[in-house]
Design a binder for this molecule. Structure first.
Ligand code: SF4
Ligand code: SF4
Length: 99
């Protein structure tokens, strides 16, 4: 499976339940803003695969995750958000460098 496929398949598993949000230290440290939650990060990852998405809109959210994996234990669909974010960081930097 290539990176794009992993990003697409995993991000589509999110049912937006929000169980992951309250355990996220990054969300807590950023005034409990949705943009810094695991749920938002997964949504941004799904959006950044679309053609017209401005990748810069996802950068701060992606790079403020500390990859602690606390959200994984809460996720009913088993999304490893930390792993996904690491892939998404590589993907976003590649896209920015090509622009
Ligand atoms: S891995 Fe990232 S998104 Fe998940 S709880 Fe930790 S800081 Fe939050
Ligand atoms: S717990 Fe999992 S399915 Fe629910 S919002 Fe978070 S990432 Fe999505």
């Amino acid at each position: 499976m290539d990176v794009l496929e992993i990003l697409r398949n995993e991000s589509q598993k999110c049912i937006r339940c929000g169980f992951c949000v309250y355990v996220c230290p990054s969300w807590n440290a950023h005034g409990k803003l949705e943009y810094y939650s695991p749920r938002a990060r997964v949504t941004l990852i799904r959006s950044m695969l679309e053609e017209n998405f401005n990748i810069n809109d996802a950068i701060d959210s992606l790079f403020t995750c500390n990859t602690c994996m606390r959200c994984l234990a809460e996720c009913p669909t088993g999304i490893n958000v930390a792993d996904l974010i690491i892939y998404a960081r590589h993907y976003s930097l590649q896209k920015i460098n090509k622009e």
